[in-house]
Design a protein around this ligand. Structure first.
Ligand SMILES: Cc1cc2nc3c(=O)[nH]c(=O)nc-3n(C[C@H](O)[C@H](O)[C@H](O)COP(=O)(O)OP(=O)(O)OC[C@H]3O[C@@H](n4cnc5c(N)ncnc54)[C@H](O)[C@@H]3O)c2cc1C
Length: 177
């Protein structure tokens, strides 16, 4: 049995893997709809200032996806305060130094589209000394090694796990035939 049931894996819990740690970074995301077109070039843009990253990705002529990654205080419960997120990003020192059009994008975004979440990770240096199977049960993907959402590392390693598993199963199958 291979538990690929993500960050809140019941299988990882069954095996005895330590729960993931909370990262100190959180990410707000939303969509901004420009009725008359946004005028941005069709490219993914990110800007870093200190520990804050602001990104934008035009989806079509009118709609733009954006995100802000920043350090968070885990006692925050931003998800209940969508309007607060928006005003908080735009009006505080978080936004200092970012281009005006990026801040307008957040200010004018659809409040219902906003989400905010903290990020979790398994400390990679702990995994080599961790038991990753129990009997015929093992884990893969985020269930084994959830990572903070940077550089596409979570999706990439989950896919890599799938390839390694497929190779192992193919070898096993050949041995059986
Ligand atoms: C907000 C966010 C943004 C991200 N952005 C990126 C990105 O830009 N690039 C990138 O590479 N990675 C990104 N990641 C990380 C990436 O999504 C994960 O690393 C990847 O999806 C892990 O794949 P997985 O198959 O291991 O787990 P998941 O994709 O989480 O899949 C687990 C599946 O198991 C199912 N499941 C859970 N419990 C049970 C159960 N008890 N029984 C049956 N099914 C169950 C779930 O419904 C789900 O379908 C992001 C993650 C988050 C949270």
């Amino acid at each position: 049995m291979i538990g690929c049931d993500g960050v809140n894996s019941v299988i990882a819990n069954f095996i005895g893997l330590k729960p993931p740690k909370q990262s100190t970074m959180g990410r707000a995301r939303g969509f901004a709809n420009y009725k008359n077109g946004h005028g941005f070039s069709p490219e993914f843009v990110t800007i870093n200032k200190g520990h804050v990253m602001l990104g934008r990705f035009p989806l079509d002529h009118n709609l733009v996806f954006w995100f802000v990654t920043r350090p968070i205080n885990h006692t925050s419960r931003f998800n209940n305060f969508k309007r607060y997120i928006k005003n908080h990003i735009v009006s505080t020192r978080i936004s200092k130094g970012f281009p005006r059009e990026m801040l307008e994008m957040i200010q004018n975004c659809d409040v219902d589209s906003l989400t905010f979440n903290g990020t979790q990770y398994q400390a990679p240096w702990e995994l080599p000394n961790t038991r990753l199977r129990k009997g015929i049960v093992t884990i893969a993907g985020d269930a084994m090694h959830v990572m903070a959402p940077f550089l596409g590392q979570g999706g990439s390693t989950a896919l890599e796990d799938a390839i390694v598993l497929a190779r192992c199963l193919a070898t096993q199958r050949r041995a059986e035939v």
